[in-house]
Design a protein around this ligand. Structure first.
Ligand SMILES: [Zn+2]
Length: 317
């Protein structure tokens, strides 16, 4: 965890310099104290800074401090500037909305994928005309590879309709936040293909392909449960032109976070339903383009497929 603290305009006053020195000393001294105590001491130190500069402090916390390909990056912003304008976060070539997390506190989740370029990157935060840039480094990560050999001239002949439906689903950004805490696993079967697997087709590296989710090889007909609360925003059926995804369900967890469940044998929900974490939404199957029955679970942040593993482990509150 790293806190970036920036003065707004004027240099710090001697008093605030002293306070900052004190908070630094606090931080190094408290390394050996219990976490709860540490957090409250850091909080007190930061509040001290904010109180001394009622119109000059702007804080951003970015985690993880050393993200790797596929990670979801959390940007938490705190400004005492007041007003109701939410900050905008610029990452790569895109702007991401920030959502209120309480008094003058905002949060944005940023997606990274195996297709991103590792190396230095900038997260820029704009709030009410003020702009701050935070520099981080995106770490390279090794992903397993698969070799697929297809007979020459075989065309997938996929129907654009289903991809358009799924693309529209992935662009949903609901301002409410429905999920809470770590995601549950959607099926009890073993994981057979992890997130991010890269492929060679007939010996040629597919540079735009990566496995956009996690596969679970549970028993045919076994329960698929919602890993978190959400709204059913997509129901696709193999009989209604979903030839590749098969029978599928898409959940909107709010604030740009969506998840998708493919190849189901049965669908137990309908579009517009609200589901709770742990609720059965369907059954594992082998519909769509599959070589055998399994669940494909994909997780999207602002339309990009991120690694669901950190969402399952520590979660994002
Ligand atoms: Zn899959």
């Amino acid at each position: 965890m790293r806190w970036f603290t920036y003065p707004k305009r004027s240099p710090f006053s001697p008093l605030s310099q002293w306070l900052r020195a004190q908070s630094q000393a606090f931080k190094s001294r408290i390394k050996s104290t219990p976490l709860s105590l540490r957090l409250s001491v850091v909080l007190i130190a930061l509040l001290g800074t904010v109180l001394v500069h009622p119109a000059q402090a702007f804080l951003a916390q970015i985690t993880p401090t050393a993200p790797q390909l596929g990670d979801t990056i959390t940007v938490t912003m705190q400004s005492d500037a007041g007003g109701s304008t939410a900050p905008q976060v610029r990452f790569g070539a895109k702007n991401y909305p920030a959502f209120s997390m309480g008094a003058n506190r905002y949060r944005t989740l940023l997606p990274t994928t195996p297709l991103d370029k590792p190396g230095p990157f900038t997260v820029q935060v704009d709030k009410a005309g003020e702009s701050r840039a935070f520099k981080l480094n995106l770490k390279k990560r090794w992903f397993p590879t698969q070799s697929i050999w297809l007979p020459p001239g075989k065309d997938s002949n996929a129907d654009e309709y289903e991809f358009d439906q799924v693309d529209a689903f992935k662009t949903i950004v609901s301002p409410q936040k429905f999920w809470n805490g770590p995601f549950r696993k959607p099926n009890n079967g073993p994981v057979t293909t992890v997130y991010g697997v890269r492929r060679y087709y007939n010996g040629v590296f597919a540079k735009d392909y990566f496995h956009r989710g996690v596969d679970y090889a549970g028993a045919y007909g076994s329960a698929i449960v919602a890993p978190a609360d959400g709204r059913v925003a997509l129901v696709g059926r193999e009989a209604k032109r979903f030839k590749v995804h098969g029978n599928c369900v898409g959940l909107d967890h709010g604030q740009g976070v969506e998840s998708i469940y493919l190849h189901l044998s049965r669908i137990d929900v309908k579009e517009g339903d609200f589901v709770k974490a742990g609720q059965v939404i369907g059954a594992l199957g082998g519909t769509g383009a599959v070589t055998g029955p399994h669940l494909h679970w994909g997780l999207f942040v602002f339309g990009k497929s991120v690694d669901p593993t950190p969402w399952r482990n520590q979660g994002f509150n």
